[in-house]
Design a protein around this ligand. Structure first.
Ligand code: NAD
Length: 298
């Protein structure tokens, strides 16, 4: 058996296209574009790449992009002052502060300062609480993207056994809440879980968000499971791959022999994150303008 490949790149392209259509409709109705502000503090090269990609995708979707690049020496008070300014700016519908922040800035204090109705990353405690009690709010982009891929692959998730490996606030926990809200039976596994292979073997749905290259082996999976691999790990350089190969948390070739469907790395979950960020920003814009989005394609 060879698993179907869940093409996150294609799904994300479709979502971005639908967001673009809806963004144009929003601009026509509201008389302004939806706007996303992205804040980068310091010069972390990976973060700079992400911020550039987010800005580019925002413009491509027909939305306004506001990039704020602050030096690494920026104080917490200066960053909080910028966030207060963005909270008050009616052209800004979404605010994303790229993490990690330099040492000396309290990430929790910064996230808490973002107005919850502009928190398109869904990291504010208000939005985390809304997700936990099943109220409408903003959901972190990566797990929401995973849910979209799962619903596309499986349809109704009711009664499915789902195992989420990883309990971070940005992936594992919100992923588990989303699956629970979709009526799956959810287990959260983590670094202290006893006999992880046995836990994973129960699952119809496996979501791996650990950050350990190829940790989940093919023989851990129940035949026919659907596997979502969130991990992005760069292996040591080799002659064939001088920059080092990118792999997920799942041993792909082994898993593809057992699973019914699986996301590749790269090209699976990764492209979904930005697409969902654009979607969340547009939803925020509609709410701010008091307008109703036509259809529910997003
Ligand atoms: P994290 O380090 O915050 O959390 C990792 C989790 O894995 C922890 O909850 C820990 O309990 C669990 N864990 C660690 N070792 C374990 C083990 N041996 N067995 C079982 N569980 C174990 O990481 P994160 O931010 O949740 O990210 C996880 C992975 O997803 C990383 O590879 C990251 O790069 C990737 N990621 C990808 C995207 C994307 O595709 N856009 C977004 C976010 C994160």
């Amino acid at each position: 058996m060879s698993a179907a490949v869940i093409d996150g790149k294609a799904f994300a392209a479709g979502l971005r296209q639908r967001v673009g259509v809806a963004a144009a409709a929003f601009a026509a109705q509201a008389g302004r574009k939806a706007g996303l502000a992205v804040v980068l503090v310091g010069e972390d090269p990976a973060s700079a790449v992400y911020v550039r990609a987010k800005g580019k995708a925002t413009l491509e979707a027909g939305m306004a992009s506001f990039e704020h690049r602050l030096p690494a020496a920026t104080s917490e008070a200066e960053l909080l002052a910028l966030i207060a300014q963005l909270n008050a700016d009616p052209a800004v519908d979404g605010i994303l502060v790229q993490l990690p922040l330099p040492a000396g800035i309290d990430e929790q204090a910064v996230i808490a300062a973002i107005a919850p109705d502009k928190d398109v990353d869904g990291f504010h405690i208000d939005n985390a609480g809304r997700l936990a009690v099943g109220q409408e709010g903003f959901v972190p982009c990566t797990p929401l993207g995973c849910l979209m891929l799962l619903q596309d692959a499986l349809g109704d998730l009711s009664g499915k056994e789902a195992v989420v490996i990883g309990r971070s606030n940005i992936v594992g926990k919100p992923m588990a809440q989303l699956l629970l809200n979709a009526n799956a039976t959810v287990t959260i596994a983590h670094s202290r879980t006893a006999d992880l292979p046995a836990v994973v073997r129960r699952a119809d749905i496996v979501v791996a968000a650990v950050g350990r290259p190829e940790m989940i082996r093919g023989d851990w999976l129940k035949p026919g499971a659907v596997v979502i691999d969130v991990g992005i790990n760069r292996l040591a350089p080799t002659d064939d791959a001088p920059k080092g190969r990118l792999v997920g948390d799942v041993a792909y070739d082994e898993a593809a022999g057992v699973a019914a469907a699986i996301t590749p790395v790269p090209g699976g979950v990764g492209p979904m994150t930005i697409a969902v960020l654009l979607r969340n920003t547009l939803v925020a814009a509609y709410r701010h303008a008091g307008l109703q989005m036509e259809g529910d394609a997003l």
